[in-house]
Design a protein around this ligand. Sequence first.
Ligand SMILES: NC(=O)c1ccc[n+]([C@@H]2O[C@H](COP(=O)([O-])OP(=O)(O)OC[C@H]3O[C@@H](n4cnc5c(N)ncnc54)[C@H](OP(=O)(O)O)[C@@H]3O)[C@@H](O)[C@H]2O)c1
Length: 308
Amino acid sequence: MSNETQDAGLLLVTGASGQLGRRVLAHLLDTVRVAPSRIVAVTRTPAKLADLTARGVDVRQGDFDDPASLGAAFKGVQRLLLISTDTLDRPGARLAQHRAAIAAAKSAGVRHVVYTSIPKADEIPVPFAPDHAGTEEALAASGLGWTILRNALYFDNLAFSLPSVLATGKWFTSAGDGRIANVSREDCARAAAYALAAASNANATYDITGPAALTTAEIAATVSEGLGKPIELVQLSDADLTKGLVAAGLPEFLALAFVSFDTTTRLGLFAGVSDAVEKLTGQKPETLQQFLVANKDSLLSAALAGAH
Ligand SMILES: NC(=O)c1ccc[n+]([C@@H]2O[C@H](COP(=O)([O-])OP(=O)(O)OC[C@H]3O[C@@H](n4cnc5c(N)ncnc54)[C@H](OP(=O)(O)O)[C@@H]3O)[C@@H](O)[C@H]2O)c1
C-alpha cells in the first residue's frame, strides 16, 4: 500500500494544529509527497498554521462544536482524516463532536473518512473508549467509505508520567504482569498520512501498534537504562493508584483514565501486536529503545520542568 497513493482529489486533515495533526501534514507533504495544492488543513485556529499556508496548503477554519462551520471547511474534499478530539472532560461531548463531523462530511460529498480510534474500542474498560466505539459505529452507518486506525497508546505519553517517576525514583502501576504494545505518535502520524493518501476506497480497520508488547517492568527497565536514571516499580491496586494520582493533583477524570490504561493492560487487552504500520508505510515501527534515543533530551527536559 505504501506506494499506491491517489493522484487526484483533495485530502483533508482535521485537528490540524494538534501534535498528531501537524505531524500527519508534515508526512503528507514530505514523506508521501502529496502536492500542497491537494491538501486541506482544518483547525479551530488557522493563525497557528501560517507556515503551512506559506507552503501552499489550504488552511480552513472549522470547529466540531460549531457544525455550521464545517460545510465550508469540508467543501470539495474527497478523503478526510478525522482526528479524535481531546474533549474528555464532558462525558458524551466528544462523540457528539465526531458525529457532527461525520454528518458534515457526508453532506459535503466527502467519499472516505479515516478515523483515529483505540484498540478494542468496544471492549476495553477505558472511560472514553465508548466515544471511539460510537464513532466507529457512526462511520459504519454513514454510507461513507472508512478506514479505522486503532492507535495504541503512545510512547510519548511517558512525558506525562516521567516528571513524578524521575522526581521520586518510583513508577507506580496497577498493570501487574500485563503487556502493552505502545507505539510512537510519529508512527501513528506516518501511518495516517499513508492511509489518507491511499488509492483504496475499501473499508478497513488497522491496529496501529509498536513492534512488541512489553510488561510495565520491562518498560520501566528500558526507560531507566535509556535515560540513565534509577526507577523502582511499585505495584498497587487500581483504587490505591487512583487515590495516589488524585492526591498528586491530577483531576479525577484524568486519574481514572490513566488507571484504566493499567487495568486494560493487566487484563491483556492492549497486548496485541500488528504489522499494520509496516503494511501502510513500508517502514517498521519504532521500538521503545529507538524512541528513547530519539526523544531523550525532550523527555528529560519535560521531566525537569514538570518537577518544578
Ligand atoms: N494513543 C494515545 O496515546 C493518545 C494520546 C493522546 C491523545 N490521543 C488522541 O489522539 C488525538 C490526537 O492526539 P494529539 O497527540 O495530536 O493530541 P493534541 O495535540 O492534544 O490534539 C488535540 C486535537 O483535538 C482537536 N480538537 C479539539 N477540540 C476540537 C473541536 N471542537 N473541533 C475540532 N477539533 C478539535 C485539536 O484541533 P485544533 O486545535 O487544530 O482545532 C487537536 O488536533 C487526541 O485528540 C486524542 O483523541 C491519543
